[in-house]
Design a protein around this ligand. Structure first.
Ligand code: SAM
Length: 226
């Protein structure tokens, strides 16, 4: 905890500020330790309920990484599943650190391995998936890994979801981080960094009504036809 306090006071990074609700430590595919910033599924579920006036039941994490978000979503009572194109190492810590709505708490990693063993999280690309039918689909960074030609194919996979929640670096993020002397990094090399407006227009062109939710720091895209 002490180390953490030092880190927070002297190393405030851009993601610390942009994603204040949730972060966790994880071991990357190179075996090194990293911090992932994300949005708690319960906040996405609350937003879904506001929009659709009913509670969501199902949750799909596109790019589930270690499975932390799927695990949390299950913990909140959602029928959650996910995919990732790579298999991360089994998380070696027995506890990892989470921060959510300013509450800081530890979380056991023991349940994560089970999600891969029992098939809740599959190792495959979204491009190889049948259309996703979950109430909430979540893409944390994943959309930026595709080029402009492939994005429409990826977005077509989400035409049957209730609500697509996407967070990722945009031109505005890259510039804001630069002002703080930081070059933003992600798990994989991102390919498509564009402005917020470009993303809203791209969702629109691909049959979604979308807006940026400033509180969640999330694009919310709702398919126009189902
Ligand atoms: C930033 S991580 C998101 C982790 C987790 N969802 C969270 O919010 O904590 C993005 C993930 O997208 C995955 N990804 C990239 N391309 C993908 C693809 N074609 N299909 C599925 N996952 C992909 C990456 O491997 C990476 O683990």
């Amino acid at each position: 905890m002490f180390l953490r306090i030092i880190k927070n006071s002297i190393m405030r990074c851009y993601y610390d500020i942009k994603y204040p609700y949730m972060e966790y430590n994880f071991t990357g595919i190179d075996g090194r330790d990293y911090i992932m910033f994300s949005v708690p599924p319960i906040m996405l579920a609350n937003e879904y309920q506001k929009i659709f006036n009913t509670k969501p039941k199902t949750f799909f994490d596109c790019g589930a990484a270690t499975g932390a978000v799927v695990d949390l979503a299950i913990h909140y009572g959602l029928d959650a599943y996910g995919i990732d194109i790579v298999k991360y190492p089994d998380q070696h810590q027995s506890w990892f650190y989470m921060r959510e709505r300013q509450h800081k708490w530890g979380w056991s990693t023991a349940s994560l391995k089970k999600l891969f063993d029992n098939g809740r999280i599959k190792i495959k690309s979204i491009l190889d998936c049948e259309p996703i039918t979950a109430d909430i689909a979540y893409c944390n960074g994943t959309l930026t890994y595709f080029d402009e030609q492939t994005l429409p194919i990826v977005l077509s996979k989400f035409q049957k979801v209730g609500m697509l929640c996407a967070i990722h670096n945009t031109t505005e993020d890259i510039n804001a981080a630069k002002q703080m002397g930081e070059t933003l990094g992600t798990c994989n090399e991102p390919r498509t960094i564009r402005t917020n407006d470009w993303w809203i227009e791209t969702f629109f062109k691909n049959n979604f009504d979308a807006h940026y939710n400033a509180q969640l720091r999330t694009f919310l895209a709702i398919p126009r036809q189902k």
